[in-house]
Each structure stands twice: as structure tokens, then as C-alpha cells.
Design a protein around this ligand. Sequence first.
Ligand code: PHE
Length: 341
Amino acid sequence: MKELMQSLREASLKAISETDSPESVEALRVRYLGKKGELTSILRQMGKLSPEERPVMGQLANQLRAEIEEAIELRKTMLGKVMLEKKLEAEAVDVTLPGVEQPAGHKHPMYNVLDQIKEIFIGMGYEIVDGPEVELSEYNFTKLNIEESHPSRDWTDTFYFTEDGRVCLRTQTSPMQVHAMETRPLPIRMIAPGRVYRKDEVDATHSPMFHQIEGMVIDKGITMADLKATLNLVVEQIYGKGTVTRFRPHHFPFTEPSCELDIQCHKCGGKGCPTCKGEGWIEVLGAGMVHPKVLAGCGIDPDVYSGWAFGMGLERLAMGEYKITDLRLIFENDVRFLEQF
Ligand code: PHE
């Protein structure tokens, strides 16, 4: 029995010294000292010993248990230290290394242009108003004097939500004229930028979603002269002093008279070039004097009040300003494109 304990001592101390994790040390504790462990099974044979031998063997067994336990604890502490060191080494931070650059984003180029325009109008005392993109056809068309048979109301041109055509995605920001007249005290000076939607195929100059800026003034004694003077001022601030403009007669159902504003091509000075498609002029916006029928429909007496309004495409403006040749680039939001501005 003494020999058995001796060989258990050697084998166990060796095995413990060779472990490489706290878990394997624990497994050895069970193997040697557990209820069904090797030391226990040796002790089971105590019964065969003479009464004189028993206490001697018992003492030896207790010593061996204590020795194995101590070896286990020592090994565990050591392995713990080694593992901690390894972990610290693996997680070491070199504070002298340069940091990883976190690129800061910036405003989309088109919104830069929008901000610039907002500034111009805020400077003239205009309010910036916001309104729904999901609109009643009543506001998008009817209250703007656009009759049922008008082609823009067609299902092939407008996104409708309901079978009866009552609700649609606004096709223009002009319904904001009506909202403003119905809800705001007079006089009104406002611009309303936002998204609009039309069933257009996507190409270099068309997208089913694009942005417009609506503008409107309603007051006593407003005339076409106010429209021209204001828009000329705005154009000069956007395109530079001395930009030549031309107000060309046009038709919109909700303004009378109506016009389109062109600027003389800044590239060729009006001679005709690829930028102006040989025209010499670049179309900038549609405008006109708010139709008396529209005023009256919003509860404003057209004999007392008058006003003018305009609608301007934002993408085209940004494309001109940043020399962007394809509209799709504005919406793809590829950082390689956006980073250039
Ligand atoms: N809403 C018109 C369009 O989308 C532009 C416009 C606005 C014209 C205001 C006159 C007055 O083309």
C-alpha cells in the first residue's frame, strides 16, 4: 500500500506540473482526490491492514492528499498568471501609434445649394415652410385650377395611392401655395422646398423623384414688377452679378400671366454651346402672378390682394453650380462622387 501511494504521488505531481489550463488542473483534482478518485480507492483497502498499520497509512494518505492539493493550487495560480500575461500582451495598446482616421461626412452638394437659396430668401424676410409629399389631388391639382382633363393628372404621369385618384404623391411643390394661403395670415412671403414625384423614366436628366423650391408672395399691390425685380435679384446672387435674364411668356393654369425665366448661358454668352444645347439660354424656373381663381379658392379677395409665385428645380441648379453632367449621380450617393464637393 505504501508503494501504491508512492507511485500515485509521483504520477500525480508529474501530471499536475504538465497541465496547461485551470480546467485540466481541476480535472486532475477529480481524478486523484474525488469520491471515485485514485487516492480514495487506495484508502478503501485500509480494511485489509492490521490495526497497527492503519494510523500510519492514514497519516501518509492525509499527507499525500495535502501535497496533491497544494500542488494543484500552486499550478492554478501559476497558470492564471501566465494566462493574464498572455492576455495583456495580446491586448497591448501602443499609445504612440497614430490613430485611425474617422472620416467626417459633409452636407450633400445639392443641400449646399438649397441652403444658399434659403439664405437669400431669409435675407429678404421670407419664411421657409414645409408640407406633405403625400398630397390630396384636390391640393396638387384642383385648387390650383388644373382641370380634370389636364394631361398632368393622368395615371401615366402621376403616382396615385387610391383607385379614385384622391390621394397622390405631389407632382410639384405648388400645392404649398394653397396650404400657405389657407393657413397663414396675410401678407405672405414664403419659400417651400421639397421632394416631388412624377412617373418619369430615369436618365441623365430625369428621375421619378426630384426637388423643387416653391416661392410665393401675397400682399396688397403686388405686381409683375415685384416678380421680375425679386427673381432678377435672386438670379444675380446665385449666378453672379450681371447675369442676363429673360422672362419668356408661358402657360401655367394657376398663374396669369405666366412666364419662364431663362438666364443667358454663362459658358458661351448666348452664342450657343453644348451647355445650353445650342440655345444660348438656360431655363431656370416657372413663375407668374397667382391666378385670381386660386386666390379666391383660398378665401383671399383677388380685388384686394395679389401675388406672384415661382417654382424652381433644385437638381438642375446644383448640376449647373457644380458642373455635374448626370442627374443620377446626385441620388446614387456614391462617396467617391460626394467626396469631390
Ligand atoms: N409648378 C410648376 C412646375 O412644376 C412651376 C411653377 C410654380 C409655375 C409656381 C408657376 C408658379 O412646372
